[in-house]
Design a protein around this ligand. Structure first.
Ligand code: PLP
Length: 395
């Protein structure tokens, strides 16, 4: 039997838990491929593709060789931490086809950084974010035929990390599984953008100071399902989550909230709540603020908004009473929610304390700023327009 000496560099390397290493990828392709669905028939998040990307961590060996293999159920010990204490985190991103037929990701490093922060928040083992991005790009190349070629369609990507420590003690999960699945997605609004209605809710809160609302943790979402059902019964599409005695607006369902108000000097104010830990730092939120500032500095001209009209961005507290007052003064131009799934969703009505606040109606659903953002962001995502290397080719 060989004795491992510490002077042997190979043995030293093997003794340490391994880093996540994309060059160790093992690809096993499915023997038969599934028929592609008719794009028009897609329901969000209900189509399984041919493959999945999986890698596991344990405290002794570190990260296993990543695998791309046929899509199949996972096998978990029933004591797994993820089934008990929810150390589960995820990301939402998309692959888009450009006019050249190439697959692209939108600011994917931001998703990887956010995933690493989420994992750290629930004490999951760290991973190399560059390696995971390289693996996701490889995975998208393999699943590329699932990206519908129709405009407005994309491949939704769901990187997920679950705690797999098989023990019931209430403690951090030192074992984990990263898996990435994809599903073809159609435009959020079929047959044209339609304003959504919101029920302002303060009895239940989505997030709170010192809580976890600023991270994409699975445990943030289930507590919203019962309030969402109540809102739906009252005829509202989504919840406008309020926080505190002053009824600060936080988010819309699982989207970031924006309000556009007319200023006396003819310019526009664009207001969104600040990243104080209760707000999920959305990529679409950041892109909206960056593009508005780029318009104002003259770096990029937003379509249909005059160059002379400046967009003043504000990341600050916005209360329901301020929104009600701005509405009464006729100063609200538009309000919208933003996120990867929808890009921009116009808000048409807010139910608050038994009354409905009606927001301005615009042709085609979106107001001037929302429409400009939708156009520019989707143009960058599909590679029709270049901006700051936001669009990354998957090859
Ligand atoms: C994912 C998410 C968003 C939107 O983030 P994007 O990066 O723009 O997709 C906003 N709010 C919540 C609560 C979310 O989970």
């Amino acid at each position: 039997m060989a004795i491992l000496k510490s002077s042997n560099p190979q043995a030293v390397a093997e003794a340490r838990p391994a880093e996540l290493d994309a060059s160790k990828l093992v690809v096993t392709l499915a023997k038969t491929l599934k028929p592609l669905p008719v794009p028009e028939s897609l329901v969000f998040g209900q189509t399984q593709t041919d493959h999945m990307l999986v890698m596991n961590h344990d405290p002794v060996h570190g990260w296993s060789a990543p695998e791309i293999k046929p899509y199949a159920p996972l096998s978990l010990d029933p004591m797994s931490s993820c089934l008990q204490y929810c150390p589960n985190v995820f990301e939402g991103m998309k692959a888009y086809l450009g006019p050249d037929g190439k697959a692209r990701l939108f600011r994917p490093r931001k998703n990887m950084e956010r995933l690493a922060r989420s994992a750290d928040r629930v004490a999951l083992p760290p991973f190399n974010t560059d390696a995971l991005l390289t693996l996701i790009e490889r995975f998208i190349q393999i699943e590329k035929r699932w990206i519908p070629t129709k405009p407005g369609y994309s491949l939704y990507i769901r990187p997920t990390i679950i705690g797999t420590r098989a023990a019931l003690g209430v403690a951090a999960s030192d074992s984990a599984c990263i898996f990435v699945i994809v599903t073809p997605a159609g435009p959020y609004f079929r047959g044209g953008t339609k304003p959504i209605s919101l029920l302002a809710v303060s009895e239940s809160v989505r997030s709170w100071p010192g809580g976890t609302g600023g991270h994409k943790l699975g445990l943030n979402y289930a507590p919203g399902f019962a309030p969402q059902r109540i809102a739906a019964k009252q005829g509202y599409d989504q919840i406008l989550w309020l926080l505190g005695d002053d009824q600060r607006v936080t988010e819309v369902g699982a989207m970031n909230f924006f309000l556009v108000a007319q200023r006396d000097d003819g310019d526009l104010d664009i207001i969104t709540p600040p990243l104080d830990g209760t707000i999920l730092p959305g990529l679409t939120r950041d892109s909206t603020l960056t593009l508005a500032n780029a318009h104002t500095s003259g770096k990029l001209l937003l379509p249909s908004i005059p160059a002379s009209q400046k967009l003043h961005t504000h990341e600050r507290v916005l209360t329901m009473s301020e929104i009600t007052a701005l509405s009464a003064q006729g100063k609200i131009i538009e309000s919208f929610g933003v996120g990867t799934a929808v890009v921009v969703a116009p808000v048409g009505r807010i139910g608050h304390e038994g009354k409905d606040l009606i927001l301005p109606v615009h042709e085609a659903g979106l107001g001037p700023v929302g429409k400009a953002m939708y156009t520019v962001i989707t143009d960058i995502q599909t590679g029709r327009r270049q901006f700051e290397n936001w669009s990354v080719l998957c090859e």
